[in-house]
Design a protein around this ligand. Structure first.
Ligand code: PMP
Length: 355
């Protein structure tokens, strides 16, 4: 640490991303919830086209090709959409912009581990709301909160989803609080709250093209809400980084949003693979939380999460383990191709035989 860093950042604990090996080699990478399938063909084509030569030019700040494609997909107005450099950037804008009169942000105690980091860096007070014993998010715990509410749906790393009626319940009981629904994994089986943005001016829905549209490396995320909320977020964006999305990502993102057929086929493959994989894991004696995401959260009575994580590493399979004692029994496993999941199952069988 240099002697120049501001005092308030000296204790900042940064977010720890999942391991990103420089080369994949033989590794089966199931640790950061990436999509095992390539991006839509149109998205790849546009990146491989002459568009790269236009990189001498700045991108269009409003990224309108992309926001138009998103608005079109959801049947909303373009003014109700803002795009960002991954949904992480959109979340950063949100934590900068909104935190109620008390300076607080409420979120589930077990949830996306970036939220406490954003609270820290932007000086908000995080309120961690415990989950139920079954890891469920309970809407009544958020009634009359005194700050902004951020809920991941489906939740991470549990994969468990709230029903749309439960989201609406939270919105109804927090008319004067902003409610942010982080829907990074919504396309793998949960219902999006985007249909509620015209009825609730306190709702912001955040999504990403990193998961269900296979564009994690392109860094494309977005938020949808009332025109006023989007205007507020644009105020932040234009005070921070107007060209936040690069030219190629705008084009690739727009193509990915337009190709509905490819989106449907790949997300269905992942859902089918997940359902089959969950049955196999259960067959090996694992407890598996009911997942609506492109990952599962699983634990075995025979070994703790860290041990399972280390044993799988010996078979060149990387999954994710979190040290928080409340979830230390579990590992989070991204759903890959059927072949990758078969390899994981056969490695697990051998691990169970050897311990
Ligand atoms: N929200 C949640 C719940 C996530 O798990 C992730 C992925 N780490 C993100 C947001 C951010 O995704 P991205 O920045 O790639 O859009």
């Amino acid at each position: 640490m240099s002697r120049f860093l501001r005092d308030r950042f000296q204790t900042l604990e940064p977010y720890t991303p999942g391991e990103q090996p420089k080369t994949l080699g033989r590794l089966i990478k199931l640790n950061t919830n990436e999509n095992p399938y390539e991006p839509a063909p149109g998205a790849v084509d546009v990146i491989n086209s002459d568009e790269a030569k236009k990189l001498r030019l700045y991108s269009e700040p409003a990224a309108s090709l992309l926001t138009e494609a998103i608005a079109d997909f959801y049947g909303i107005r373009q003014e109700q959409v803002i795009s960002g450099n991954g949904s992480d950037e959109i979340l950063a804008f949100i934590f900068m912009a909104f935190r109620g009169k008390t300076g607080k942000v409420w979120y589930p105690e077990i949830s996306y581990s970036f939220y406490p980091v954003y609270c820290d860096i932007f000086g908000a007070e995080g309120v961690k709301v415990p989950l139920g014993d079954d890891f469920s998010v309970r809407p009544e715990d958020y009634y009359g909160a005194d700050g902004t509410i951020v809920i991941t749906n489906p939740n991470a790393p549990t994969g468990m989803a709230l029903e749309l009626s439960q989201i609406e319940d939270i919105l109804e009981n927090n008319r004067d609080n902003l409610v942010v629904i982080d829907e990074a994994y919504v396309d793998f089986g949960a219902d999006s709250a985007v249909g509620l943005i015209d009825r609730y001016d306190n709702l912001l829905v955040v999504q990403t093209l990193s998961k269900s549209r296979s564009l994690a490396g392109a860094r494309v995320g977005f938020a949808m809400g009332s025109e006023e909320l989007i205007e507020d977020l644009n105020r932040i964006k234009f005070s921070f980084n107007p060209y936040n999305l690069n030219r190629l990502s705008i084009l690739a993102g727009a193509e990915a949003m337009k190709d509905r057929g490819y989106f449907e086929t790949t997300r269905k493959k992942i859902i089918d693979t997940r359902e089959h994989f969950v049955e196999e894991l259960k067959g090996l004696g694992f407890r598996v939380l009911p997942s609506k995401a492109n990952f599962v959260f699983a634990a075995s009575d025979r070994m703790r999460g860290e041990r399972f994580f280390n044993e799988l590493r010996k078979y060149d399979i990387i999954v994710r383990h979190f040290k928080d004692e409340k979830i230390a029994d579990y590992v989070r496993i991204t759903i890959g191709t059927p072949e990758e999941m078969e390899l994981l199952i056969s490695a697990t069988r051998k691990i169970l035989e050897s311990i």
